[in-house]
Design a binder for this molecule. Structure first.
Ligand code: FAD
Length: 387
C-alpha cells in the first residue's frame, strides 16, 4: 500500500477542490434555505468528468475506481459542499449497474450518470424493517411479462432530482416459494409511485422522502441484471462504495470545520494581544479533532485501495471501520468548531452550525454506528450474533 496518490489523482484532488471552493458553503446553504438544489455545481462537476470518475470509459466515465470517487466526495465536502447524492448515484447506482446490470441497462443509464445529466437514487429502507433488511416488505410479483411492485420506503434521498429509483424488493422464488431480494429500476414518474417529502432537521439542498409503491407496473427489463439471481450480489455490490464514499464525505466535512475554526481561533483576540487559539483549552480540542479526521482518512484510503484491488471482503471490514471512524470524527470536528467559535459558531454566516444536522445524521445513515459495531464484533472479533 502506498500513501501517494497517482499524479492523475493529485490533479483530480486539486481540480475538485478548486471547483468546490468556487461554489463554497455559502452557496450550499443558500440553496438549502431556498429549497433549491445544487444544480449548477452538479452540472459543472458532471461536465468536468468528476461524477463519472469510477464509471468505465466505454460508458462515458473516467475508468477510475472508488479511490477517485472518494477524492471527489471528500474535496467537495472539504469546500463546504457535502453532496449526499454522490454516494447514492455514482457510488451505489453506477457500481451496481456496472457490476450486475445487463449490457442494455449499462448502455442506457451509465453515460447519463457519468455526465451528471441523470441521477439514480436508491431505496432500501422501510418503515417496518429499519436496520433489519431481512424484514423488507416491498414485494415484486410477476404480472404478464412485467412486474408489479407494492410496498413502502422511507428516508429516500433525492427522489425529486432523479429519473429513476433503484428499488430493493423481494420476489417469490418459483421453485422454493422463498422470498429473495431483487433490484428494480423504477422511473420516478411511474404510475402508482407517489412520494411525500419528510421534514428533516438537516440544512441540505437534498431531500428525503417517503415512497409509496401501489401496484407500480414495470416492464421485464426493469429488473436489474440478467436474472433474479443477480439480486443479492447486486445489493452487496453497492455496500462498499457506499461506506467508503460516505466516509470520505464525513472526512471532508471534518476538514472543512477544522479549517474554518482554525482560521477563526488564530485571529480572534479577547484577552490582550493573544489569540484565543493560544489557549490550549481551545487549540487542543481542535488538534484532537484533526487527529481523528486524519485517522479516518487513513482508513478510507485503505478501504478504497482494497476495494479497487478487487479485495471485496477485506474492503468490507475496512469500509465499515472507515465509515464508523469518519462519522464520529466529522461529528466531533463540527461540534468542536462550533464551540471554539463561541457565539459566532451558532451563526449562519460562519458556516459551521449549518453542518450539525448533517454530521449527526452521518452517525445514523446509511448504516448506523451500532450496526457497524455489530458487524465488527461478529466478523472481526468472532462474537456471537445478538440479533
Ligand atoms: C439523511 C438521511 C438520508 C437517508 N437516505 C437514504 C436513502 O437514500 N435510501 C435509503 O434506502 N435509506 C436512506 N436513509 C435511511 C437510513 O439508511 C436508515 O435511517 C438507517 O439505516 C437506520 O435505519 P432506521 O432509521 O430504521 O433505524 P432503526 O433500525 O429503527 O434503528 C434505531 C436505532 O436502533 C439501533 N439498532 C437497531 N438494531 C440494532 C441492533 N441489532 N443492535 C444495536 N443497535 C441497533 C440503530 O443503530 C439506531 O440507533 C437515510 C437516512 C437519513 C437520516
Amino acid at each position: 500500500m502506498t500513501f501517494d496518490l497517482t499524479p492523475e489523482q493529485d490533479q483530480l484532488r486539486d481540480a475538485v477542490r478548486a471547483l468546490g471552493r468556487r461554489y463554497g458553503h455559502g452557496y450550499f446553504v443558500e440553496k438549502a434555505k431556498a429549497g433549491e438544489h445544487t444544480t449548477e455545481l452538479w452540472a459543472e462537476a458532471g461536465r468536468l468528468g468528476y461524477l463519472g470518475v469510477n464509471i468505465p470509459t466505454e460508458y462515458g466515465g473516467g475508468g477510475g475506481g472508488i479511490t477517485d470517487l472518494a477524492i471527489v466526495c471528500e474535496e467537495l465536502a472539504a469546500a463546504g459542499c457535502p453532496l449526499l447524492l454522490l454516494v447514492v448515484s455514482p457510488a451505489i447506482a453506477a457500481t451496481v449497474l456496472t457490476r450486475h446490470g445487463t449490457e442494455e441497462q449499462r448502455k442506457r443509464h451509465l453515460p447519463g450518470l457519468a455526465d451528471g445529466s441523470q441521477k439514480i437514487v436508491f431505496a432500501i429502507t422501510e418503515p417496518e424493517a429499519g436496520s433489519n433488511f431481512h424484514r423488507l416488505g416491498t414485494v415484486a410479483r410477476r404480472d404478464g411479462d412485467g412486474w408489479l411492485l407494492n410496498g413502502r420506503k422511507c428516508y429516500i434521498s433525492g427522489v425529486d432530482e432523479a429519473g429513476h429509483v433503484l428499488v430493493v424488493a423481494r420476489t417469490e422464488d418459483a421453485g422454493t416459494g422463498k422470498l429473495k431480494p431483487a433490484l428494480f429500476l423504477v422511473p420516478t414518474d411511474a404510475a402508482g409511485l407517489t412520494r411525500s417529502k419528510l421534514d428533516m432537521e438537516i440544512v441540505s439542498p437534498e431531500n428525503q422522502f417517503l415512497l409509496y409503491l401501489d401496484d407500480v407496473r414495470v416492464p421485464a427489463d426493469a429488473l436489474l441484471g440478467e436474472s433474479l439471481d443477480a439480486g443479492l450480489p447486486a445489493l452487496f455490490a453497492g455496500l462498499n462504495p457506499e461506506r467508503i464514499t460516505v466516509a470520505a464525505m464525513g472526512a471532508g466535512t471534518g476538514r472543512y470545520a477544522i479549517e474554518r475554526a482554525s482560521e477563526y481561533t488564530a485571529t480572534r483576540k479577547v484577552w490582550g494581544g493573544r489569540s484565543i487559539g493560544s489557549h490550549q483549552g481551545v487549540s487542543h480540542p481542535l488538534a484532537h479533532a484533526a487527529v481523528q479526521v486524519e485517522l479516518a482518512r487513513l482508513m478510507i484510503q485503505k478501504a478504497a485501495t482494497l476495494y479497487d484491488a478487487g479485495r471485496d471482503l477485506e474492503a468490507g471490514v475496512s469500509g465499515n471501520m472507515a465509515k464508523y471512524a469518519a462519522g464520529e470524527a466529522a461529528a466531533l470536528a463540527v461540534d468542536t468548531a462550533v464551540q471554539v467559535l463561541g457565539g459566532a459558531g451558532m451563526t449562519t454566516e460562519y458556516g459551521v452550525a449549518t453542518l450539525l444536522g448533517a454530521v449527526r445524521a452521518g452517525r445514523i445513515a446509511p448504516v448506523s454506528r451500532e450496526m457497524i459495531l455489530n458487524f465488527v464484533a461478529q466478523h472481526v472479533l468472532g462474537q456471537e450474533k445478538s440479533y
